[in-house]
Structures are given as C-alpha cells and as structure tokens.
Design a protein around this ligand. Structure first.
Ligand code: NAD
Length: 500
C-alpha cells in the first residue's frame, strides 16, 4: 500500500489550514525523486482571506511596543538554533544541497533574525530642536500595513528570513509566498515563528505560483512587495505591483564574474573559485559562475580543472559531498542543454560533468563540475544564467579590459577580484558597476549590518532586502512639526506668510 504524501498547509489568521484548491504539485527530493509532500496552489479567495487576516492584525500589531516585538525575535533566534539540525535535514531533502551548506542557508537567515531582535536601535526617527521659535520638528518611522514576500527555491530558509522578520519587527503584518519547489523548511521556520510568539494574523502563508503572485501584486490592501528570484519574473512583479501603487523591491538574476590578476595567491584563489563556482551545485545567485583570467593567470586553467575533479558529487546527506543535485529534472535538462550549446558554439569543454555516476542515487538530478575555457561573450553559456555547476572562463589582457567586460554584462549582482595589489583592488571597487564586490572573497554576501543590493538587471527598486535599507523599505517616514504654547509672548497674531 502506498502512503499518500502529506499535504502542506497554509497559515491564515494563526491557523494551519488545508487549501480547498484542486491544484496540487509534488515536492520532490532531487537526489532520489521521492515525493515528500504536496503543495497547494491557493485560490484567489484564500489569498484574500490571508490579506484580510493580516489587515485586521495590523490594527493592534502596529501599536505593539518595540520591546515586545524585539523579544519575539530574541526567542525566535534561539528556537532556530535549537532546531538547526532538523531544519537542515528538511532543507537538504527537498532542495538537494549538502547538510553543512543547508545549515549555512539557515544560519545566514538566522543572522537577519538576530538583527530584527535589535529593532529598537534601528527604527529611530530624528528630532531637530527649535527649528523656529518654540517649534520642534521630528520624524517617526511607521509601519506600512500588510506587506508580502515572494521567494525562490535556492535559499528556502535564508530568503524567507530576509523578509518576514524585518517586516514584522518594524510593525507590519505579512503574507509569505514560498517557492513551490521546496516549501517545507520554510513552513517549519514559520511554525517556530509562531512558537516564538508571533500573534495570529501577523504572519500568513499562501502557496502557489503565477496566479497567487499576480493576486499579491494586484491586491489593494497589500502595501509593499519584496521579491527574490529570476530577472524575468522579478521584472514582471516589479511592473505589475508598482502599477498597483505598491512599494516593490526585486532582487533578481546574476552572472557573477570573478577576475583573477596574475599576482593573486594562486592556491587560495583556485580553492575559492572551485568552492564558489560549484558549491550548492552552482545554484546560488552569488555563485562565481564566470571567471576572467587576466594576463599570465590565463595559464591556470588546467590547475583549476584538477581541483574541480576532486569534488565529490553525491546526495546532500552523504558525508563529504561537495556537489548535490540540481533542483529538478527540468533544471538538469536545461543545464545540459546549455552545456551542449557551449560545445556547438565552439567553447572548449575542459571538464565535462554531464551524467555522472552517483552510486545509491541513480535517479538524482546530478550534473558534475563542468568547465569551459575559450569562452567568448557572444556565446549562450556567457549570456545566460546557467544556475548549475558550470564555470565559464574568459580571458583579458588587462584589468581595464576585465572591468569593461564585467560592466558590459547586463547583470550586476556580485563580483570578485583576486589580487595582492591594493591599488588594483581600489580601482576595481571604484569602477565596477555591481552590487556586491569581493576583494579576495569569492561570494561577498553582506552580513545584516549592511544591506544586500544589486545593480542593473539584477535589481529593481532602490532599497535592499535587509540591513538598514529594509527598515526604510518597510516604514513610512512621517515628519511632525510641533509648537506648544507655554509663553504668551511667542504669539504675534495672525501671520499669512509661509514662515513658522
Ligand atoms: P523564479 O523567478 O522562477 O521564482 C521565484 C518566485 O516567483 C517563486 O516563488 C515562484 O513561484 C514565482 N514565479 C515563478 N514563475 C512565475 C510567474 N510566471 N509569474 C509570477 N510568479 C512566478 O526563481 P527561482 O528559479 O525560484 O530562483 C532562481 C533565481 O533567483 C535565479 O535567477 C537567481 O539568480 C535568483 N536569485 C536572486 C537572488 C538575489 O538576491 N539577487 C537570490 C536568490 C536567487
């Protein structure tokens, strides 16, 4: 007898409820093809119910004292720590990345929760005393109302945690729409958030795809939308939600270049590159997927290939695994198709990771580390985000040529320079048009004291998804100019000019 896969519930008004939809999709373990659960594609009525609950909860949540809000996130970070291993196992089962990397995924989100616990120091207005006789002006940062978040499959713990903790800590209520490909660890995090004390209606979850996302973009009671995902979908969300009058921030696709100068420490650089190109099977928005070798560093290709060959491709639960499966069969086919296009367009396939033998995981969506040399900017493998364990190598004569190449690519998510020259590093950081810049750091994702950002096709909207910028994103500044009459001599009668 086969046991039916569990049905993932939504969270509406503090209750975990089953959707009334007839549209369900399997959540599949990418290493085994086991069906782990079924996720609903919520109806528009269910989206409306979630928004109505959030709108009602906002009436009281917006007035909840800062200390009360902060203490929930203090408890929440503790609960996440206590459940780290369970969270990582759920994440690996549905997403595929290795267990240590899954813990990293949770941990990078946990850092944002810690930041949310410090909201008392972050949501501060300003005051100017005596802007005119007996007059003070001060600003207050008030929550917006119901906010929504739409998240991608590749960081199912970190990215939801970029969003709802900061939105809720600043006094908003929230609708989360997790990736339909791996919503299970997100739901476990949501359960822990309720256990930490988030009141009913303050956090709500609806599942689904295009239809639910469009309903969120259009809903008149949602004030702001945070999106992380591909450039195609993010651009659609930005346009549609902006048109409906919402604040929108979209963090989107990438083609991250690492530039290597010949004076770089060779061993450290090659190790960093292999980790950053192939870790998480290349499915990181900050993966270093494009390598630009400058000058004499052009001779380093074979050493890089030898290092990449040592990586172990296997299930994420197997100790010592470096590269797990990609998320789905269709993702594997897409990556293999792009590799074939690279060969057809004349790039040199110096390491072919297609169809690796993975004992014990014969049905998994595996692609091993793959490296192309001799790549040119007109090839599809350069122009498209591959989002798999494929590294493309280009060459440049000089640092200036490499900077021009990076700036000519439409994407501006992350980049890194490897060098021992401070002067070269400074020129790079000044002239490069990319959001996250690493100097001898291959994946420079900022800690929450700073904000994640992006440039050109990698980001729409002006404020980042966490750090100081997101406090501005999730609040409305109100400026109060006040005069209190305690001295009759201040009164000068009627004044029809604009002065205070
Ligand atoms: P995706 O754009 O396919 O999906 C993101 C979200 O949009 C999901 O919740 C999905 O259900 C929804 N969606 C999908 N198709 C839709 C449609 N037609 N209309 C409306 N909504 C739709 O992205 P993904 O494949 O889950 O994630 C990978 C992408 O995300 C990569 O491009 C990666 O670079 C990017 N990403 C960017 C960042 C960043 O901070 N810049 C971080 C992580 C991932």
């Amino acid at each position: 007898m086969t046991v039916a896969a569990p049905r993932i519930r939504m969270l509406i008004d503090g209750q975990f409820v089953e959707s009334a939809t007839s549209h369900w999709q399997d959540v599949i373990n990418p290493a085994t093809q086991d069906v782990l659960a079924q996720v609903p594609f919520a109806t528009t009525g269910e989206v409306d119910a979630a928004v109505a609950a959030a709108k009602e909860a906002f009436k009281t949540w917006r007035k909840t004292p800062i200390g009360t809000r902060a203490r929930i996130f203090l408890k929440y970070q503790q609960l996440i720590r206590e459940n780290m291993s369970e969270l990582a196992h759920i994440l690996t089962a549905e997403q595929g990345k290795t267990l240590p990397d899954a813990e990293g995924d949770v941990f990078r989100g946990l850092e944002v929760v810690e930041h949310a616990a410090a909201i008392g120091n972050l949501q501060l207005g300003e005051l100017a005393n005596n802007v005119a006789n007996g007059v003070d002006t001060y600003s207050i940062m008030q929550p917006l109302g119901v906010c929504a978040g739409i998240t991608p499959f590749n960081f199912p713990a970190m990215i939801p945690l970029w969003m709802f903790p900061m939105a809720i800590a600043t006094g908003n209520t929230f609708i989360l729409k997790p990736s339909e490909q791996d919503p299970m660890v997100t739901m476990r995090l949501v359960e822990l958030a309720l256990e930490a004390g988030i009141p009913k209606g303050v956090l709500n979850v609806v599942h689904g795809g295009e239809e639910v996302v469009n309903a969120i973009c259009d809903h008149p009671d949602i004030k702001a939308v945070s999106f992380v995902g591909s450039t195609r979908v993010g651009t659609h969300v930005y346009n549609r939600a902006s048109l409906a009058g919402k604040r929108v921030q979209c963090m989107m696709g990438a083609k991250n270049h690492a530039v290597v100068l010949p004076d770089a420490n060779k061993e450290q650089t090659l190790n960093a590159m292999v980790g950053a190109a192939f870790g998480a099977a290349g499915q990181r928005c900050m993966a270093a997927s494009t390598l630009v070798l400058v000058g004499e560093a052009r001779g380093w290709v074979q050493d890089l290939v030898e290092k990449a060959k040592t990586l172990k491709v296997s299930g994420g639960t197997v100790a010592g695994t470096d590269v797990g499966p990609v998320i789905s069969c269709s993702a594997r086919e897409r990556v293999e198709g792009l590799i074939a296009s690279g060969v057809e367009q004349g790039a040199k396939l110096v390491l072919d990771g297609r169809k690796p033998q993975v004992d014990g995981f014969e049905k998994g969506n595996f692609v091993g580390p793959t490296i192309f040399a001799g790549v040119t900017t007109d090839m599809r493998i350069y122009q498209e985000e591959i989002f798999g364990p494929v590294l493309v190598i280009l060459e440049a004569e000089t640092l200036d040529e490499a900077i021009a190449m990076v700036n000519s690519n439409p994407n501006g998510n992350g980049t890194a320079l490897f060098t021992q020259s401070g002067a070269a590093a400074r020129r790079f950081q000044e002239d490069i048009d990319v959001g996250q810049v690493g100097i001898n750091v291959p994946i420079p994702v900022p800690v929450p004291l700073f904000s994640f950002t992006g440039s050109r096709a990698s980001k729409l909207g002006d404020l980042g998804p966490y750090g100081k910028q997101v406090v501005l994103f999730y609040t409305q500044t109100k400026t109060v100019t006040a005069r209190w009459f305690d001295d009759e001599t201040l009164s000068h009668g009627v004044n029809t000019t604009i002065s205070l």
